[in-house]
Design a protein around this ligand. Structure first.
Ligand code: SAM
Length: 474
């Protein structure tokens, strides 16, 4: 199932809401897909778990596959993504703020309203299964409450709920599109600021960010071509990355694919591949054998760059602050000319003089929200300033570690201007580094704007919203 299917026709006005009992819902213990989705939602709420790390284990534990696994995935991820919209509907139907609703009942209601608004599941099945689960999990009194909320929610389709609850698009376009595409307003505003657009461009960006993305793989240079990888996995060669392969959304756990298990390929967004490759593109005069990845964990870009520099007879140093993440880099790069250092990139103690340095800095991740279903509701605007300060320090450190004439790539998976242009303009001013036209390092990629920095977008490039700037050290 897919989130973005043609809207269901509205129920004729005045028609009766679905009656309970016509199609009996399965009791919760016989509804394993919904129970797996619910357990995921609960883990996200109670333990700050990541939905996409929690659900695969639950599917294995509950031995769900095929349609049941597909339904559980759709309900868990879809409900996480749409939380803001679902909560607005639940608040309207219950006449109270969702913070006043019993948390377990709220999880079940969110999943129920998601089914009403964004799936083809018949309303009567969505209502009945929701009420049955609430009865089993929270008791009869709350089941009555859930029944009332679900019946009210089923009186309108998604478009009608947006018409009722969203601010008017002509007076508050960002607020309107934020609710329509289930993004927090501050995230929608950050996208609008980066795009310079509160109209159709913003709508397209938020819609693409709200869709379940294709899985992207990167073929390991020197081991397998992307043509071979596409043939083995049944995917398609990526449009821009020479190493990339796209698989259909929901094509199972890509970590189970043999080339990934064997280390010939990695799961990596095509935008990440392009951003890593960008640091290799500008000409450097003289030596080009000593590369550095200053924020390397868990090792996606270090795997790609490490494979390339190993083929060329050079070396890559990979710095990571977290020991756990450093261990992941060691695993990914075990056969490559890569040395992993556990250190703070701001004072790594490494010998300066690198020919090329990548700073893939810690960031809000606003550019990869489509891959982390719950993340958009977890991040806070207050996260930005502190991250931007760390990003500046790491980039200044990188400039200090590169040799004169060397190249530094600054990459973040966020389009937020404080993490992108704000960091770059400050570091260029303070370091005297030259800002290169990064568009030249993304050959064949359209719609790169006026430069000199590059901002990729899901709606324009089918990638995460990666930002890349390239600096030449004086
Ligand atoms: C965006 S991630 C890098 C992703 C990685 N380049 C990849 O492609 O897999 C940023 C990484 O920087 C690490 N980090 C955070 N602060 C750091 C610091 N002060 N020095 C070095 N690494 C840091 C984080 O632990 C995280 O693993």
């Amino acid at each position: 199932m897919n989130d973005h299917r043609p809207r269901r026709p509205s129920r004729p006005r005045g028609s009766r809401p679905p009656q309970r009992g016509k199609t009996p819902a399965r009791p919760p213990e016989q509804d394993p897909a919904r129970m797996a989705a619910l357990e995921t939602l609960r883990a996200v709420r109670e333990r700050d778990a990541y939905a996409n790390l929690t659900l695969p284990g639950l599917l294995r534990k509950r031995k769900l596959d095929g349609r049941d696994a597909g339904l559980a995935t759709e309900l868990a991820y879809g409900t996480c993504r749409a939380t803001g919209l679902l909560d607005a509907v639940i608040a309207d139907c219950s006449g109270r703020d969702v913070s006043e609703v019993d948390p377990v009942t709220l999880d079940v209601l969110r999943m129920g309203v998601y089914q009403l608004l964004r799936t083809r599941i018949p309303d009567h099945a969505a209502v009945a299964s929701t009420v049955d689960i609430v009865r089993g999990e929270a008791g009869s009194k709350l089941a009555g409450f859930a029944n009332a909320v679900m019946r009210r929610a089923s009186e309108r389709d998604e478009q009608e709920w947006i018409d009722r609850l969203a601010p008017a698009r002509d007076t508050d376009p960002v607020g309107h599109l934020a609710l329509r595409h289930a993004h927090p307003r501050w995230v929608a505003q950050a996208f609008a600021d980066a795009l310079g657009d509160t109209g159709d461009g913003l709508a397209a960006a938020l819609a693409a960010d709200d869709a379940r993305p294709a899985v992207h793989l990167a073929a390991r240079p020197g081991e397998i071509s992307n043509e071979e990888l596409a043939a083995i996995t049944g995917g398609d060669e990526a449009p821009y990355s020479p190493y990339g392969v796209h698989l259909e959304a929901g094509a199972g756990d890509p970590g189970d694919l043999e080339p990934v298990r064997e280390g010939f390929a990695a799961v990596q967004d095509e935008g990440s591949q392009l951003a890593a490759l960008a640091v290799t593109k500008p000409e450097v005069t003289g030596s080009d054998t000593r590369w550095l990845d200053l924020c390397a964990g868990p090792g996606g870009k270090a795997g790609l760059l490490g494979a390339l520099i190993t083929l060329d007879g050079g070396t890559l140093d990979a710095v990571e602050q977290s020991e756990h993440r450093a261990e992941l880099i060691r695993k990914v790069t075990r056969d490559l000319a890569v040395t992993v250092h556990v250190a703070d990139g701001r004072e790594s103690g490494l010998e300066p003089g690198y020919d090329r340095v990548l700073v893939d800095a810690p960031c809000t991740g606003l550019g990869a929200l489509r891959r982390r279903p719950e993340a958009r509701w977890r991040r806070q605007p207050s996260d930005v300033a502190e991250l931007a300060k760390l990003q500046r320090s790491l980039l200044l450190s990188a400039v200090g570690l590169a040799r004169s004439g060397g190249v530094v790539a600054y990459v973040v998976c966020s389009p937020h201007l404080s993490e992108t242009d704000g960091v770059i303009s400050d570091v260029v001013r303070r370091s005297g580094a030259e800002l290169l036209d990064a568009r030249e390092a993304f050959p064949g990629v359209p719609d790169l704007g006026d430069g000199p920095t590059v901002q990729l977008w899901p709606h324009l490039h089918g990638t995460d919203a990666m930002f890349c700037a390239l600096l030449r050290v004086p």
